[in-house]
Design a protein around this ligand. Structure first.
Ligand code: KG4
Ligand code: ZN
Length: 334
């Protein structure tokens, strides 16, 4: 039979994940072992702990994925793995596991860019129609990426300081919310009102870049000034006001770029794509346009291997092969 299977491994941060994809777009296994509980008491991901968890989890996660698919390694046509960007010690576990499997089973090895994976998560829902604009909003990245074809990425705008997810996590820490802060702020924001007027960093007229550090400082100052006066803002209102500022800039710039580049689709990618406020605003923004908006289901927004499998399957079809000296690349460019 002509069915083609690719097994993908993702270990760039704090999720050990393995997925298997059939014929580029059909997911037959998707297993994610999260370490969030282990990092919570430190208020963030501890790289050393992440690496150790990956080494403990990788083999059982692989076994679970093969069982879920009812397949064996011999059925695979290729092995894909996230080579970067991410935490080097975490990436090395996945890269080394993938190499071992590929070498032992004589399978081709494909290196995948983590952000390409986030973008390709949407292709599980719907076939891409180029030109396409991706809004990438994760813990480490915030960028607008223009795609004129498969695996063809042009960054037309990016953050000049903090990533959107990073801003969420930092503001969450100010409000003494547990890690990861993004989902916590999202939850609080839904119960509050955007009564505080936080700044929006539009930057230069023609720029698609972002900046979130000023907003973070504004939140710090507001909270500080209030406490000096013995006043207090409701955390729900701080969350709602902060979120409105982030979402306003993200959706406005995405709309502007999508129109200017005359794209057929807008794809939202990365952990912050799980944000309810952002999903709502973008849905509203593109409702009456002929631009198709693709947002992955919640479980495919945050880190997973299904997205690495879709991106890897495309790269494999295009003939990309990693050599046996494949390494982890913590700062890999798109
Ligand atoms: O893509 P991701 O899982 O990992 C990276 O590649 O960075 O993104 C993680 C980021 C974290 O900053 C987390 O707080 C944020 O995504 N995040 C959210 C939500 N869910 C996750 N931010 C806002 N609202 C959410 N619902
Ligand atoms: Zn990610």
């Amino acid at each position: 039979n002509n069915d083609q299977y690719l097994l993908a491994i993702e270990t760039s941060c704090d999720e050990t994940a393995v997925a298997i994809i059939k014929n580029e777009r059909e997911l037959v296994a998707n297993v994610v072992a999260s370490q969030i509980e282990s990092h919570k008491r430190f208020g963030g991901v501890v790289p050393e702990i992440a690496s150790r968890h990956h080494i403990e989890q990788i083999t059982v996660t692989l076994e679970e994925a093969l069982t879920e698919a009812g397949l064996t390694l011999d059925d695979m046509d290729a092995i894909g793995v996230t080579e970067g960007p991410g935490l080097v010690g975490a990436l090395l576990v996945g890269v080394n596991a993938a190499k071992g499997l590929a070498f032992a089973k004589h399978k081709p090895l494909v290196g995948v860019h983590h952000i390409a994976g986030h973008i390709y998560a949407s292709r599980l829902e719907k076939e891409f129609e180029f030109p396409l604009l991706a809004l990438v909003v994760s813990g480490g990245h915030t960028e607008l990426v223009l795609m004129k074809g498969h695996n063809d990425f042009e960054v037309i705008g990016e953050t000049r300081d903090d990533a959107a997810g990073e801003a969420y996590d930092k503001v969450a820490r100010l409000l003494r919310l547990p890690y990861p802060g993004g989902p916590e702020i999202d939850r609080l924001a839904a119960q509050g009102e955007a009564v505080i007027d936080f700044p929006r960093a539009w930057l230069e007229e023609d720029s698609y870049d972002f900046s979130f550090s000023g907003l973070k400082s504004a939140v710090i100052n507001k909270l500080h000034n209030a406490s000096q006066k013995g006043e207090e803002f409701k955390p729900e209102d701080v969350a709602a006001s902060f979120q409105e500022s982030v979402v306003d800039v993200l959706s406005t710039k995405t709309k502007k770029a999508a129109t200017a580049y005359e794209v057929n689709q807008v794809v939202v990618a990365g952990g912050v794509a799980a944000n309810k406020g952002l999903r709502q605003a973008l849905t509203e923004t593109f409702k009456d346009t002929d631009i198709d908006l693709l947002i992955p289901p919640l479980n495919l927004c945050t880190d997973n291997a299904a997205m690495i499998a879709t991106a890897g399957a495309v790269a494999y079809k295009q003939g990309h092969r990693a050599a046996w000296d494949l390494n982890a690349h913590p700062g890999l460019d798109l």
